[in-house]
Ligand binder design. Sequence first.
Ligand code: SAM
Length: 301
Amino acid sequence: MSDFSPPFDTPSMYQYVRTGYNHSPPIAESAGGLGELAPMNTNAHPPQDPTVDPGTLGELPSGRPLQTTFTDGLDYPRIGAVSFRRGTLTPNQEALFTEHWPRLGRILADEVIDVDAWFGRSGHPTIVEIGSGTGTSTAAMAPLEADTNVIAVELYKPGLAKLLGQIVREDITNIRMVRGDGIEVLARMIPEASLDGVRIFFPDPWPKARHHKRRIIQSGPLRLIASRLKPGGVLHVATDHADYAEWIDELVTVEPRLEYRGWPWPECPQLTDRQVITKFEGKGLDKEHTIREYLWQRTTD
Ligand SMILES: C[S@@+](CC[C@H](N)C(=O)[O-])C[C@H]1O[C@@H](n2cnc3c(N)ncnc32)[C@H](O)[C@@H]1O
C-alpha cells in the first residue's frame, strides 16, 4: 500500500489560478463549435539545466504556472492552471532524486521532448500517463510493455519519488517522469500525432459543483489529447467516482477525433489491465464504488 494521501477533499493542496468561470451543464451536442487551441502563453520557463542545484531538482518554478487557454466554444474547456504545493521527500528519497532525477525526470517547460533521445532508443510506441500518483500501476504495467516508452506525469513530488525508487530498485528501463500539469505537458512538450496512448487513472473527481471546472476530462483536454495521439492511438480513463462517471458519460462523443470504444474493448492495441489495485482504486472498492473504464481511439482522418 502506498503512503500517499488522496487530494480528493483537500483542494487546498492545489493552487488554482484564473478560475473565473460560469458553471453550466455539459452540452455534448455543441461539438460543432469546436475551434482551435489558443496559442500558448509566453511565460516560458527556461529550458532544463543539467547543472541545476540538486536542492531544486524536480521543483516547479515559483510564480504563475504555465497555462494553455482553450477557446473551443464548448461548455467545459477546463479553465485554470494547477500547481502542487505540498509534499516533502525523506532523506533517502532526496538522495535518490539527486542521483537519478536528472536522467529519468524533468519538469514542465516550454521544451518539446526528444523522446528517442530521452529513452535512448528510436521508433518505439510512447504512452503518456497523466496523474500517475505514486506510480503503483505505472511500474506494474511497464515491464509488460517493455517495447513501449512510458512518460508518467504527476504534480506530486513524493509520488514521483516513490515511482523513481521503484524504477531504480526493479531496474525498470521504459519509464520517464515529468513533474507538472499534464495538460501543459501535452500542450508544450509533446508533438502533435506522436503518442500511441494517453492514460488517466482515477483523476481527481473534484466533487463539489463549484470545482467541476477543474476536472481534467473536459472538451478542451479531450481535444488536446486527440491532437497528441497518432491516428489509431488510444485514450484510457478509469474512475470510481459515480458523479465523475456521469460527467464523462456526457462527454464521450464530444471530441470528433476520438472515437468512443467503450469497455471492454478486447481488440484494444494497448495494455489496459493495470495489474495491481492502486491505493485510489482500492479506496473506491472499499467503499463498494463501481470502477468505470473508458476507451477511445483517435480517428484515422
Ligand atoms: C486520485 S490520484 C490517482 C493516482 C493514480 N493514478 C492512482 O490510481 O493511484 C490523482 C493524481 O493525479 C494528480 N494530478 C491531478 N491533476 C493533475 C494534472 N493536471 N497533471 C498531473 N497530475 C495531476 C494528483 O496529484 C494525484 O496524484
